[in-house]
Design a protein. Sequence first.
Length: 318
Amino acid sequence: MMINLNQCAEYLENKDNFLLLCHMSPDGDTVGSATALARGLVSKGKKVMVKCGDPFTNDFSFMFDGLELTEQEDYDCVVAIDVADPKLLGEELNEIYGKNIDICIDHHASNVIYAEDTLLEGDSASAAEIIYLLLKEMKVEITPVIASCLFTGVSTDTGCFRFSNTTTRTFRIASELVDAGADSYNIIQVFFETKTKTYAILERLSLESMRFYYDDRCAVICVTQDMLKRSGSDETETTKLANLPRMVEGVKVGVLVKELKDGSFKASIRTHGEIDASAIASRLGGGGHAGAAACTVNAAKNEAINLILKEVKAELDG
């Protein structure tokens, strides 16, 4: 059933033991939203646990500092946050919880509506915006650390307010979060201005792999497992690479093709203007937003790239 903010708030108020689930390859939005909601629930005397199929990186450590999490055998409310499809939880969490999720809170129009109840705002720039409004509905105090968690979600899912999904509400909420004490300067430094040495090497290797297609309207970079080994990096550092191809003048569709450990390839698609990234991804079994989407292709590298390029061309020509 589709629910609104008030119904979601009332549901959460009447439960006591929560499990909050983040998607694989956790980003600032899924982690920031989950930890902000966790802190709000704990402030109301609830017991909460936060889980993800992949490890949380050090960038997110401040979100967990001082947060009292309680592992439990049974949860009376399982909430998936920023998860459009239970497959995105990862094999293990999906197997355990995928068919038993009570609430999904999401902003992806491609959500497959798998939870018992769904709070969905497809035109919201981030899940963090929804969580902010939900916490206000629950009359939770927006402390500086909650504000910082949410500001991370809002800023990262909008590319530091550069993406086309950024709305006037996004700016208004970001302003209110700063007023509430969000450490906006350091968050932007960490997530947008700082590179590790291993990432810098990986970025160089990625740019060397860049190829152009369709009158230079499409740019593709490919990251292989070998490149990760050569750079000393890992998959957690590939997220920032997704925007590089789209930054090239004249490029309408930028694609990061990343080799996964199982040999399949994940495509992160970023677009400009009227080109719909989600349309490209959905035809390959994925989904997302108009400006940013992703899918996974089970094929060898060259075949995977050609399959992706075929759908990119269809969207460009369409």
